[in-house]
Design a protein around this ligand. Structure first.
Ligand SMILES: Cc1cc2nc3c(=O)[nH]c(=O)nc-3n(C[C@H](O)[C@H](O)[C@H](O)COP(=O)(O)OP(=O)(O)OC[C@H]3O[C@@H](n4cnc5c(N)ncnc54)[C@H](O)[C@@H]3O)c2cc1C
Length: 410
C-alpha cells in the first residue's frame, strides 16, 4: 500500500509524537502519525512538577499533591512545590482534539526512510511506503529511525512499582514522596553498591503507587533486585501491599547528547530530551511541541522541507540548550561516580539550595551558566565525603563535559 503524501510524518504514538503531530496539524499541516498500536492511553505513569505543565495540558491532570516530600535522613524535607500526575487517557484525548481532522493515525512500524526529491519515502514493515515532506522521529528511547548518542553507553533509570491497596499507608496519606532514601533495613554495603529510593503517591482511599527506583546506574539495576528491594522496604515499614492492581517496570536511558541536525527531526526521548538528572520528559515535550511545530510550519511554507526540518531542530536545540546539555551530562557523570551511600547527603544539600535554583536545575530549558553556577554552589555545600568523589567525577572528564562546565561559567 502506498499512502498519499503528507506535510509531516511522525514516527511514534507516545506523548512526544502525538503532541508534536497535534501542534503541526493545528497549524494546518497534513500529518500522518505511524505507530504499531492504535490511539490508546500512554501506558506509563507520568508525573511532573505542576509549574512545568503547560496550561493547555492541565485539564489532563488526574491529581495534584501539595504535600510533596523527600527523605534524605530520618526527617522529611517538605518541597513546597506541587507535583502532578497525568491522566493519560485525557492527555491523549486533549492532544487529538487539538489535532482536529488533520492528523491521520496509521498503524504500522517504520523501518527506514529515503529521500525522494525534496521529501521522503518512508518504509513500513508491512511493505508500505508513505510520502512526506518532513519526517519526525518520535519513536522513543531507541528511536524509530536512529537511537540518540549516549556518551559512555546508556546510563539507565530503572524502577519497579506497584499500584496496590494497603491496610496501612506506605506513605503520607494525601501526599507524595518524591524520594525516600532511608535504607536502615538494608546492609550498608548493598546501599553503597546500588542505591535506591522509594517514590510514593497516594492515589486516594487505600490506593498507593509505590516504586523502588534507581535514579541512574550503568548498567541499570535489574527488575528482580528492585522488586526484592520494594518487598523488603514495605515489609520493614510494616506496610505490605494487599491487593495489587498493576505492576510497572521502568527502564530508560538518561544520558543522551544533544543530537546534531539531521535529515529528519528527532523529538521527545528519541531526541534525548529526557532530563539527564530527573528523567522527566513529558511536560517538557508538551511545552516544546508548539515551538517546534511553529518553526516547521512557518519554514515549510516559505523555504521547503529540508529547511523546515532544520528550523525545527534549531527551535528545539538553540545553542544555549546544547551547551546546557553538556553541563548536565557532567552532572550525570558526577552522580554515576558517587558512592551510593553518599546520595542522601548529595540530595539533602540539593534540596537546601534556594528553591529557584533547584527548580531551574531540574527544568528542561535552563541555560548552561545557571546550571553550572548551581553545580558549583552545591559543590560548596556538600560534606567532604560527597565533595571529593564529585570533584573526581568532574576532573576525571577528559574532554567535553569538563570544558563545558568551564565555558558555561565564562
Ligand atoms: C514506566 C515509565 C515511567 C516514566 N515516568 C515518567 C514520568 O513520571 N515523567 C516523565 O516526564 N517521564 C517519565 N518517563 C520517561 C518516558 O520515557 C518519557 O517521558 C516518555 O514515555 C517518552 O515519550 P516519547 O513519546 O518520546 O516516547 P515513547 O512514550 O516511548 O513512545 C514511543 C512511540 O514510538 C513508537 N515506535 C517505536 N518505534 C517505532 C517504529 N519503528 N515505527 C513506528 N512507531 C514506533 C512506540 O510504539 C510508541 O508509540 C517514564 C518512562 C517509563 C518507561
Amino acid at each position: 500500500m502506498t499512502g498519499g503524501g503528507t506535510d509531516v510524518l511522525v514516527v511514534g504514538g507516545g506523548p512526544a509524537g502525538v503532541a508534536l503531530g497535534a501542534e503541526c496539524a493545528a497549524r494546518g499541516l497534513r500529518v500522518r502519525l505511524v505507530a504499531p498500536h492504535p490511539p490508546r492511553p500512554f501506558p506509563a505513569t507520568y508525573g511532573a512538577w505542576l509549574d512545568e505543565v503547560p496550561a493547555p495540558a492541565r485539564p489532563a491532570l488526574a491529581q495534584v499533591w501539595s504535600d510533596v516530600r523527600v527523605y534524605t535522613g530520618a526527617g522529611a524535607t517538605p518541597l513546597v512545590r506541587p507535583y502532578a500526575l497525568f491522566d493519560n487517557a485525557r492527555l491523549l484525548e486533549g492532544l487529538l482534539t487539538r489535532a482536529g481532522g488533520s492528523l491521520c493515525w496509521t498503524r504500522g512500524r517504520v523501518t527506514g526512510a529515503e529521500r525522494v526529491g525534496e521529501g521522503w519515502a518512508v518504509r513500513g514493515a508491512g511493505g508500505e511506503t508513505w510520502r512526506a515532506a518532513v519526517v519526525v522521529d518520535a519513536g522513543g528511547h531507541g528511536g524509530g529511525l536512529a537511537a540518540p548518542v549516549r556518551p559512555g553507553g546508556a546510563a539507565l533509570q530503572t524502577a519497579y512499582g506497584l499500584v496496590a491497596r494497603f491496610e496501612r499507608p506506605p506513605g503520607p496519606p494525601g501526599g507524595m514522596v518524591w524520594m525516600d532514601y532511608r535504607a536502615g533495613h538494608l546492609p550498608s554495603a548493598e546501599v553503597r553498591a546500588a542505591p535506591t529510593f522509594l517514590y510514593t503517591m497516594h492515589l486516594g482511599g487505600d490506593r498507593y503507587l509505590v516504586e523502588e527506583t534507581s535514579l541512574i546506574a550503568r548498567p541499570g539495576l535489574s527488575r528482580s533486585l528492585l522488586r526484592e528491594r520494594l518487598r523488603a522496604r514495605l515489609a520493614a515499614q510494616g506496610t505490605p501491599p494487599q491487593e495489587v492492581e498493576h505492576v510497572e517496570w521502568v527502564a530508560f536511558p538518561m544520558n543522551a547528547a544533544a543530537p546534531r541536525p539531521g535529515p529528519w527531526l528527532a523529538f521527545g526521548s528519541a531526541a534525548g530530551l529526557v532530563h539527564p538528572v530527573s528523567g522527566f520528559q513529558v511536560a517538557g515535550a508538551l511545552a516544546d511541541a508548539p515551538v517546534v511545530a511553529g518553526a516547521v510550519a512557518d519554514t515549510l511554507a516559505t523555504c521547503g522541507p529540508a529547511a523546515a526540518a532544520r528550523a525545527g531542530w534549531e527551535a528545539l536545540w538553540p545553542p544555549q540548550r546544547r551547551a546546557a546539555r553538556e553541563v548536565a551530562l557532567l552532572g550525570v557523570d558526577a552522580l554515576l561516580g558517587l558512592p551510593g551511600d553518599a546520595l542522601p547527603d548529595f540530595f539533602s544539600a540539593f534540596f537546601r539550595l534556594p528553591a529557584a535554583q533547584w527548580h531551574s536545575f531540574l527544568a528542561p530549558r535552563t541555560e548552561a551558566g545557571a546550571l553550572a553556577r548551581t553545580m558549583l554552589r552545591l559543590f560548596a555545600h556538600v560534606p567532604n565525603r560527597v565533595r571529593f568523589p564529585l570533584a573526581r567525577a568532574a576532573l576525571g572528564q577528559p574532554g567535553a563535559s569538563g570544558r563545558a562546565l568551564l565555558s558555561a561559567l565564562d
